[in-house]
Design a binder for this molecule. Structure first.
Ligand code: AMP
Length: 544
């Protein structure tokens, strides 16, 4: 027997409509590329988004069309999320840190029709425009006074909105209609597209609103440092309006001092981002001898949060929430919001738990398997490849049958490529990307564990462990490190520092000091490039 309940399509436009009605005074506060701080409420945002939707229709954008954005976090980018998807088109966010070659590939693969860009990226687009679709319409996200000279024949965002009606009856369509597109370039080969739907986006926003934050109140300010071009800023532009929280958008200034000032001025409660950006903020907190006023929570994800970073924030009274996810998962998979029994434990125990990647969110199932695909127990010991399934996990890559063929197991679960264990209480421990593990003498060594311990040394600002081929042991770990100051500890000193946590054979064979580590477009250390950089490197015991 079927239930007798109405069925209403889950549409993204309903999120903003709700926010404007229920949390109309909450704000989007943006550090603009124009150089000032701009504020507008959800009511004003809804009105401007309606104007944008009319303008898009005027440009001929139709259901299913892809509309590209190349922009920092800000209110206009937020309006694009809702305006584009609201009329049934697809908001395709592009990462400006990608190479020109990747950008060209992605835009052509997605067949974008209209291209919205911040002033910052106009030169980037001018350099590649001859390789992009010829009939592309470009729009620069600024007002007439700040329009840069350009060879894109670009329209001006504010002029586009001017005079358009500030209300709209959002069209109704199937909730499975595509709404957003984000390419991931984590692995080798061409970037692959995750194509989100209205249904997956709304459900993900609800899941996220359920578990994230320390019971945010409407009007509380959250600052996504994680870019809107990286998995929709972890879904925050969709979950914040549901919760009624205000958003503080940092624009292009993501260095420690700029973030500190913005957070301090705006009394930001919670900030979200990858570990790399928190290195900068932590240094500024040290330099100023205080944290930004009201700063109480940091959500860290995208790569493993180093234990020393977690400890540092916690000692300042900032609650660390360690989260794990993927572009292919919209992205939230697990989150480290702690249950009461962990909060009652001593500091050390709490930090131990916070160093794990937390527990699954509702709507995401996790399983770990051995090399033959057999399910492994969740006992905190057994480690294997992590598979996921859920309503906000991709069912296929966009127009890429080749990549889609190998991404799922026989039961239809998505293979994350991460190696993990899960303990009896459900805490996930990501040990590595499968290809980043070091296999020495048939035994695995976790590069993340080595990095975490090395990072706890005061002389190490940042580091990464890579596997170097060895004729006897297969592979041996080598530590590549950036010094925090003038001190560069020797390998022996590093071994002494690390030996408490590792067996002798697990310790790195060498330490290589570098000025900086290569980064990926999403702010993670690029082990791919690091391996290339040290392709000719010889381990000490192999040198003749
Ligand atoms: P992306 O799709 O660019 O967000 O990358 C997803 C990948 O980042 C995951 O498969 C993990 O390898 C890694 N990752 C994300 N969050 C974490 C975390 N908290 N700890 C360790 N690795 C993470």
């Amino acid at each position: 027997m079927e239930g007798m309940m109405m069925q209403q399509a889950l549409l993204i436009s309903d999120i903003l409509k709700y926010a404007a009605e229920a949390h109309g005074d909450s704000e989007i506060i943006s550090a603009r590329t124009e150089g000032d701080i701009h504020r507008q409420t959800y009511i004003e945002t809804a009105a401007r988004t309606a104007q944008l939707a009319h303008a898009l229709e005027g440009l001929g954008v139709k259901l299913g069309d892809r509309v590209a954005t190349l922009a920092w976090n800000g209110y206009r980018h937020f309006e694009l999320y809702y305006g584009i998807s609201g009329i049934g088109a697809i908001c395709h966010t592009l990462n400006p840190r990608l190479s020109a070659e990747q950008l060209i590939y992605i835009v052509n693969h997605a067949e974008d029709k209209v291209f919205f860009t911040d002033t910052t990226f106009v030169p980037v687009l001018e350099a590649v425009k001859d390789h992009l679709p010829k009939d592309m319409t470009y729009v620069v996200m600024t007002d007439r006074a700040h329009m840069p000279d350009n060879t894109l024949n670009a329209l001006c965002y504010e002029e586009l909105l001017e005079g358009q009606p500030d209300s709209i009856d959002w069209p109704q369509f199937d909730e499975n209609t595509a709404s957003g597109l984000c390419y991931t370039s984590g692995t080798t080969g061409h970037p692959k597209g995750a194509l989100y739907s209205h249904r997956s986006t709304v459900l993900h926003a609800l899941y996220a609103a359920l578990v994230l934050g320390n019971g945010y109140k409407p009007g509380d300010k959250i600052l996504p440092v994680v870019p809107q071009f990286h998995v929709n800023a972890w879904g925050l532009p969709y979950s914040a309006p549901l919760m009624g929280t205000s958003l503080v958008m940092p624009g292009a200034a993501l260095d420690g001092p700029s973030l500190f000032k913005l957070m301090d001025d705006e009394k930001v409660l919670s900030a979200w981002g990858v570990p790399t950006v928190w290195l900068g903020l932590s240094n500024e907190i040290k330099a100023q001898g205080r944290k930004p006023e009201n700063f109480a929570e940091v959500v860290i994800g995208g790569s493993a949060a180093p234990r020393s970073m977690i400890e540092g924030f916690e000692k300042q009274g900032v609650d660390v929430i360690h989260a794990w996810g993927m572009t292919e998962m919209s992205p939230l998979g697990t989150h480290g919001k702690m249950p009461p029994w962990v909060k009652n434990q001593n500091f050390e125990e709490q930090i131990n738990k916070k160093s794990l990647q937390g527990r699954r969110v509702f709507g995401v199932d996790l399983k770990i398997t051995d090399e033959d695909g057999n399910k492994l127990p969740h006992d905190g010991e057994a480690a294997g490849e992590l598979f996921v399934r859920g309503n906000a996990v991709i069912s296929s890559y966009y127009n890429n049958a080749e990549a889609s063929k190998t991404a799922f197991d026989a039961e239809g679960w998505f293979g994350t490529g991460d190696v993990a264990s899960i303990d009896a209480q459900g805490f996930l421990n990501i040990q590595d990307r499968a290809k980043d593990l070091v296999k020495s003498g048939g035994e695995w060594i976790s590069s993340i564990d080595l990095e975490n311990t090395a990072m706890a040394h005061a002389a190490v600002a940042n580091c990464a462990v890579i596997a170097i081929a060895h004729p006897k042991w297969d592979e041996r770990p080598v530590l590549v490190a950036v010094a925090a100051g003038d001190e560069k500890p020797s390998l022996e000193e590093m071994h002494t520092h690390m030996s408490e946590h590792f067996a002798k054979w697990q310790l790195p064979d060498d330490i290589l000091w570098v000025d900086e580590l290569p980064m990926t477009a999403t702010g993670k250390v690029s082990k791919l490039n690091l391996r290339k950089q040290f392709a000719d490197y010889q381990l000490p015991d192999l040198r003749s």
